[in-house]
Design a protein around this ligand. Sequence first.
Ligand code: SAM
Length: 286
Amino acid sequence: MISAAGITKRAIRSHYDLATPFYRLLWGPHIHHGLWDDADSVLAPRDAQVRLTDTLADLGRLRPGDRVLDVGCGMGGSAIHLASSRGCHVTGVTLSGLQRRWAGTAAWWQGVAAMTEFRRTDVETEAFAPESFDVVWSIECTEHLADKPRFFEHVASWLRPGGRVAICAWLAAEDAAASPDKRSQVEQVCEAFLCPSLGSFSDYRGWMERAGLIVDGTHDWTDRVARTWELCESRVRALGIHRLAPWIDPAQALFIDHFSTLLGAYRSGAMQYGCFVAHRPSRAAG
Ligand SMILES: C[S@@+](CC[C@H](N)C(=O)[O-])C[C@H]1O[C@@H](n2cnc3c(N)ncnc32)[C@H](O)[C@@H]1O
């Protein structure tokens, strides 16, 4: 795991309170990478984001009636999609008050208000009832968590026996800590994108296993998602967001300036993009 000091919840909350309208403009309702098949795919970015959501939902075997906790729900992109396309009942949590209101309004507008609930809360201090979810789902939020091993202990307790975990996350490469160049690239990403740390594939596997979860599969999607940042960079320039952002908040400008840092970290092998599916053993299995 590679860490960056001094990243506070207040900074993360304020980033999402301020940057959410930019994300909406740039990416649409989902704040995460798209998933393409290969470099030649003509899939539009919005469709590639839905592809990532659907692929994770298939791997996590999400079914009608599942009670899903969406950790880091953003504008409700996943929650609304899972409710409307798969019949899931989703509780979404976000640090941002703006995102909570946005997600609630979007769910009402799309006719799934009764199947969704959104809370502004820190998942690291939240006490959900034990065994109250069938699935814990998270796309690109665990990067922001301060104590990832403890988070997975909580996840295991919130899941019913047999319940599943479906997660996508930005990762530090296994060898990044030992290479000064790669480590520095990952540290720059942590600072610009407000991640207190980035774990590797083996870190995540270890945290889940130590929490008593069984890891069913891991997928390296780095090459299939990296194009997201090329498209972001060109859209930011085309829409003039790079000129607007510094006037609103210099931190937003830092974030935008580092799109190429992230792309460079994928290309150099300093970072990876990972998908994880896991489950809590049923009682019979011990
Ligand atoms: C990159 S966005 C991803 C949003 C959403 N999963 C999506 O794919 O559209 C990260 C999200 O994590 C949330 N987040 C970060 N730290 C959190 C925490 N400690 N508790 C709850 N949510 C958190 C942010 O508020 C934001 O909604």
